[in-house]
Design a protein around this ligand. Structure first.
Ligand code: ZN
Length: 154
């Protein structure tokens, strides 16, 4: 069966950044299963998989615009330490849920100083060109319920 909208696709993958550093990979024997064609994967990867079938291996380069978006400087701001419950424990790399103009978002602390805390609302992979090594492990038709829900059922 070919990968098309409303198929359930299982993929083994390794994700590396432009420098070749590994960012993420599926666990051995536990491929990632997703419902194809409904935006559950980043667009660049989903488009590349379209039409492939079980056993196919492909290397996919995804530009930021087709991945997690460009880095938006508007989403970087310096806020008061008082906004945090335990300001003395703040460290770069910590992530928090915050509510802002665009609703709930996850922010990453990028710098901590006496004057304030720099937080970045961009996705950690925003602005990065991503490289996927993907092998299609399985393709099947989605059930009516999976299509209705927009996700895969175990
Ligand atoms: Zn469901």
């Amino acid at each position: 069966m070919q990968i098309s909208t409303n198929t359930v696709v299982s993929i083994d993958y390794v994700l590396t950044n432009a420098e070749g550093d590994e960012i993420d990979r599926s666990q051995a024997g536990e491929p990632l299963a997703y419902l194809h064609g409904v935006g559950n994967l980043i667009p660049g990867l989903e488009q590349a998989l379209e039409g492939h079938t079980t056993g196919d291996s492909l290397q996919v380069e995804v530009a930021p615009a087709e991945g997690y978006g460009e880095h938006d400087h508007e989403l970087v701001q310096v806020v008061s330490r008082d906004l945090f419950q335990e300001p003395d424990r703040l460290e770069p790399g910590m992530r928090f849920e915050a509510s802002g103009d665009q609703g709930q978002m996850v922010v990453t602390v990028t710098e901590v100083s006496d004057n304030g805390v720099t937080i970045d609302g961009n996705h950690p992979l925003a602005g990065q060109t991503l490289h996927f090594d993907v092998t299609v492990a399985a393709v099947r038709a989605a059930t009516d319920e999976e299509v209705a829900h927009g996700h895969v059922h175990a």
